[in-house]
Design a protein around this ligand. Sequence first.
Ligand code: BGC
Length: 457
Amino acid sequence: MTPHIPDRPAPARLRWSAATSSLQIEGSRHADGGGRSIWDDEIAKPGRIRDGSTADPACDSYRRVEDDIAAVAGLGVDRYRFSIPWARVQPDGRGRGNAAALDHYSRVVDGLLAAGVTPFPTLYHWELPSVVEEEGGWLNRDTAERFAEYAAVVADRLGDRVSDWYTINEPAMTTLQGYAVGTLAPGRQLLFGALPTAHHQLLAHAGAAEALRARGSARVGLVNNHTWVLPLRDTEEDRRAALLYDLMHNRLFSEPLLSGTTPDLETLGLPALPVVGDDLARIAGSVDFYGVNFYNPTTVTAAAPGAAIPFEIVPTPGLPVTGFGPEWPIMPSALRDLLIDLRARHPRMPPVIIGENGASFPEPDTAGPVDDADRIAYLAAHIDAVGEAIEAGVPVEEYTVWSLLDNWEWTDGYTQRFGLVHVDFATGARTPKASYGWYRDLIARARSSRRTSAASA
Ligand code: BGC
């Protein structure tokens, strides 16, 4: 089937960006005194990574910073979203910070600024120092304070040149996949026992926001993964299962941040969140923007009576899929609908930034041109959906493609290619795909139409 590319122009007022995360691209995992993280522990577990790979060298980006900056600058994006790994900066999870690692990220910031791209770092993209996990990780309230201290250390070094920060990437994935079912690090299987990690991550974000603002940062936000939840069948049981999943994946995080409330877990028979004192007020005031990462909708059905988890995630019938197969159906209207729904639920919603959106497709491992029409169609349709949400009144300010480069996809190793730039992991060769030129041209057109409308205003 030829993918459909919408012919409506991209929203003229959006800022544009592309994203990566440190472990997924950098390699050199322990260079410059970098410490051990929960992903080193995960990689060491036999059979844990689908292709047996180790995230080293990945894209070798720790040593090839100039290449990445050139790729980012060539796109003409306004900003670049990259992450700074906590375990490199504070190998022991505390203290004044590892000067060599901070110097490295300082050079990244300088390089981006010199290339005319605004650096937009994420402070936590899943690389919890192992020592912090050993003391309970995100189950331990103290981790929130540690994270705020780490944020302060980074801001003291980079805050003279970085004004906007993402604190935590996708707390929902850490709670659900990291601590509840164990498909991501730290691989715990606590089911609903993972719920405290949701609150502690929001608290960590709030503490970091306070530390960053105290150091003059302009705007701080958290970026969560959002999905649009569909009941498989139009039955009371499936609707209830879908509601519960929506609560776990989306509302557990968006409600405290955007409305200062927590979903009522106890009436659903679940343990209450470990909220203490003014926690909710701190969390509610903590986002200057709200980050939304979106990939796919999720279809849910009621589990068999007596199952440990009362819902089951199933393939969404009738939709095309990405390289992950039925787990990742393609439904751009879901992004529009969830943005409109978020705005309706939260009248005081701050500006929204789409922090990640993209797809993997089967592509060759060896270097060469890639005509990724399927990725272009995916991105075009989702950008169009963002345009519809903006027309419906959702204050979206920025759109970010995941990812700049093919990279190391966590427990899926090198088996999923998400990049605008192809990476041959055997040689390090980088080749821009067709989608790279398409995104560059889309940004240039959107910018020139913004200039034309500003001139005629
Ligand atoms: C994560 C990325 C990941 C992407 C694709 C997001 O949930 O933030 O690190 O590579 O999804 O799976």
